[in-house]
Structure formats: C-alpha cells, structure tokens
Design a binder for this molecule. Structure first.
Ligand SMILES: O=C(O)CCC(=O)C(=O)O
Ligand SMILES: [Fe+2]
Length: 489
C-alpha cells in the first residue's frame, strides 16, 4: 500500500505539532491528502468528454486586465478543493479527531470516503464553469456538434474591447427556428412590459402627494427634468420623452417653466399621460415586444439545442442542463419593436445570477433590429480600464444608451457608441457573452457592467429571437431548469 508509507512519512514530518489534538488534526490532514492524491491518480476520465483545453481558459488560466483577481497562473484546483471539503465533512462525521492512519483504519475510514470523493470529483469536474478564450477579434474555432454538423465560433469582442462576445452562425437549423416559432405563436405571447393596471385612472391626491415627496430628491419643492425622467423610468418604464409631449398634459409646464410643483403634480393625470405615450410613442418605453417561455420538458427537440449550447460554450452538458433557464422566445413587432439597453442580471443577486446569455436570432431582418453590445468598444477608444469600472461609470453609460437614438442609423452607430459591436439578426445565429467573471474559486463572481446591451428598433419586418440564460446555480425544473443528466451513478 504505497499511500500508507506516504502517510507515515507525512506523519513524521508533522510530528512537531505540540498538542495531541493538533497532532491528530495533522494526521487526518495527511490522511486526507494522501487519499485525495491517490484518487486523483486513479480517477477514471468522466464519461462526458471535457473540452479541449486550448480553446478554453480556466478561471485564472488567462491573465487579463479584465480579471485582476486572477493573477496566478496555476490556481488551486476546484476539484481538489471540493474533494477535500467532502473528505473533511465525512471525516468529521466519523468522529475523525481520533482517527489513526493505520492501514486498517485507512481502509475502514479513508476508503469509503475515497469512493464518495471519487463521485464528488466527477460531479465537480462536470460542473466546472469555464470561460471560452476569446483569443482575439475574428478568431474562429470549428466545433463538431452531436448531429455531425460543424459550426464556427467567431470572437466578435474580447477582454481588451470590453467583454468576450462570440457569434456562431447556424447554431440553430432552419427547422429548429421554425419549430420554436410555431411552438410559440405570437398571439399567445405576453407583452414583455407588464401593463399599468390603472389605465387612464387618475392617482388619488393623497397618493400623488406622497409620490411627489419621494420624487423630490433635492427637496426644492419642485420636480426638475431629471426628477421627472426618473419618475417615468421607475413608474412606467418610460425611458425617453420630449418636452413637447409633456407641456399640453401638465398644467403650467412650458418651454421656460420646466419645473413641476406639488399642486401641478397632483393635478396631472399621469396614468392618462402614460397611456397616451404607449399609444403614440412605443419607442420611448424600455421595451416593446411580446414574449413567452418554452419548457425543455415539454419540447424535447430543445434538448439537442442545449447540447449544442454546451458544445460551443465549452461547458458540460450536465452544467448547461442544470443551470439553463427555460428558453425565452421574443417577438418584436415591425416599426419600433425594441429593447433598450439593460443588463440581463444584476450585481445585487450574486446567489442566483444569469452567468451567461446565449441569444438566438430566429429570422433574418434586413433593416433595423440589431443587437448592440453597448459596453464594447471595438476600436479601444475608451481604453481597457472602462470595463473594470463600476456603477459610477456604467450608470452614466446606461442612461445614455437607453434612448433608441443610441441605435444604428443608416448602418452606423452614433456617438458615443460609434465603436460598439452591433450584430444584424440572421436566422439560426447565436450570440453568447458573459455577464459575470469566473472568480478565483472557479465560480461566477464579479459582475460585468460591460455586458450592457439592447435590441434596436425594427423597421418594416418583425424580429424573432430567443434567450437561453445559464445561471450560476442549479435551476429546479419548476424554476424552468432543464434537469439533470444521469451521469453520476
Ligand atoms: O433583441 C435583442 O437584440 C436583445 C434582447 C435582449 O437583450 C433580451 O431579451 O434580454
Ligand atoms: Fe438582454
């Protein structure tokens, strides 16, 4: 038993521990280490192949300015840590404080633990989050899908331009696009923005007075244009408007008198104003689209779509199935259907965040409807530092990209987004990007503010699209997840 000798040696090496208890602790530690080492050597390869390393980066494998926490080139393996934690836990359960690492004790205590660890390690390996190495813009890698088709994964943006973004043409077949569209008829879809229930009804004076007080942040007893804009954004998802639209609807408001006092605030029928805006200017709202969700359990053909997501992202099929939210299908009406710039996840919910976005175009759109990654900067105009900034910088960028005026006009992006990546919808193409970094523990961690993006207004055609979001935690089937594969018997 080679490991026993090793344990003995290690025990001698740790013998200078002063007290009996720390000696025992040391012994257990060594015992664990030896067991884990042994398992690492004998561990059979997982049944599901792990993707080739050169196309992937592990949490700290590629050191980049966008990942300052990843300074080491050789991080401690997550697998090892998980295995160790499992051992520790099991050892404690077995009352391991008094465990002697004799051959027999090793057999009775460490071996069963080892078996457990082997399973844990396999599971850990399959659940390793990896970020695809973007290499550089236009870098292309070919991947064979399960159905034998070859697709190319092309880097459209990398860390130096703000965010790794990849494009895969024809990841969905024509038939898959058609099947998704017919399974989700637009008539059955819901408005993406929940409608205001009090259509046209005035707000009661008491409620209005309270709202006014909350909105008057600078306490000058009047709402200025910025405070009104914030009110519209928060209450109605109205992210854009013109003064000309407001003046006939708000008493005493003119081109020169741009403040709304309490009396006028109470006298204005804000719900009517909102209803008018909805009818006359849908492009002013945060989004104008309809949507529905498709459960993987109800549409079996989507399982192979998930497998293809695994193939191109480099994540295991297990991880993709466990972390995928149901597919969200979207349809944007012609003439102004859009989704203003936003993040798909928020820094405030690190415990269950949408780690990755995989976005599919389900039809060709000849004009308009581009997906724009507003946080990217393909010419490096703003420098790498911008991607590392927090809310102070990105809050300002977000307020600038919310209006549809930030979208391409005649094929070019207006400043200050002239160098942002804009992708034209093409049937079957998938775009994917990361909403958060993988931290040094191999887990999704720091939020990427630069993942801000949006869907630009449609022109004469409608636009169909779908999202598969991969979370940083397992999604239960009721929560839309795709379920677990029986790989860890
Ligand atoms: O339609 C697009 O291009 C973007 C949609 C989007 O960002 C979303 O659904 O979260
Ligand atoms: Fe989005």
């Amino acid at each position: 038993m080679p490991y026993l000798k090793e344990i003995e040696e290690l025990f001698h090496a740790g013998n200078d521990h002063p007290s009996e208890s720390s000696k025992a602790a040391c012994l257990i530690e060594q015992c664990h280490t030896a067991a884990v080492d042994r398992i690492l050597e004998s561990e059979p390869k997982p049944t599901e192949p792990v993707r080739p390393q050169e196309t992937l980066i592990t949490p700290c494998g590629v050191v980049s300015a966008a990942q300052p926490e990843c300074k080491t080139t050789k991080p401690e393996s997550t697998t090892f840590r998980t295995a160790r934690a499992t051992l520790e836990e099991k050892a404690n359960q077995l009352g391991a404080q008094h465990l002697q690492c004799t051959d027999e004790k090793f057999k009775t205590h460490c071996e069963p633990i080892a078996k457990h660890v082997r399973l844990a390690m396999h599971a850990a390996e399959l659940r390793r989050f990896v970020v695809r190495d973007p290499v550089k813009i236009d870098h292309a890698v070919s991947v064979r899908l399960k159905d034998g088709r070859d697709v190319e994964i092309v880097t459209r943006s990398d860390f130096s331009t703000g965010l790794p973004v990849f494009e895969v043409q024809d990841l969905l077949t024509e038939e898959e696009c058609a099947a998704i569209r017919s399974a989700a008829p637009s008539s059955m879809m819901e408005e993406s923005l929940t409608d205001n229930d009090d259509k046209g009804q005035p707000i009661s004076p008491r409620k209005a007075a309270k709202m006014f007080k909350d909105l008057d942040e600078n306490r000058d007893k009047a709402l200025d244009a910025e405070e009104i804009a914030q009110f519209f954004r928060e209450a109605f998802d109205l992210v854009d408007f013109t003064w000309d639209f407001l003046t006939p609807r708000v008493p005493n408001l003119t081109k020169t008198n741009t403040k709304v006092r309490k009396q006028e605030f109470i006298a204005t029928n804000w719900n009517q104003l909102f209803a008018d805006a909805k009818k006359l200017h849908p492009e002013w709202f945060a989004r104008h689209s309809r949507q529905t969700w498709m459960m993987y359990s109800e549409h079996s053909f989507l399982q192979s779509v998930l497998d293809n997501v695994a193939a191109v992202t480099g994540l295991s099929e297990t991880l993709v199935r466990e972390t995928a939210e149901s597919m969200q299908v979207l349809v944007y009406p012609p003439n102004g259907g859009h989704y203003s710039c936003h993040h798909d996840t928020a820094p405030d919910y690190p415990d269950d965040a949408r780690f990755m976005t995989v976005f599919f175009f389900l039809n060709d759109v000849t004009e308009g409807g581009e997906t724009v990654l507003f946080g990217t900067d393909l010419n490096g105009t703003y420098g790498k530092e911008r991607a590392l900034q927090g809310e102070e910088v990105w809050g300002e960028i977000e307020s600038r990209c919310q209006s549809v005026a930030s979208c391409p006009r005649n094929g070019t992006m207006p400043p200050p987004f002239s160098t942002a990546l804009a992708v034209k919808p093409r049937r079957g193409t998938a775009l994917f990007w990361y909403n958060m970094a993988i931290d040094s523990k191999g887990q999704p961690g720091r939020f990427y503010w630069s993942s801000i993006h949006g869907g630009c207004p449609t022109r004469s055609e409608e636009k169909w699209a779908a999202n598969i979001w991969l979370h940083n935690t397992r999604q239960s089937e009721e929560d839309c997840g795709a379920g677990t594969l029986a790989v860890e018997k």
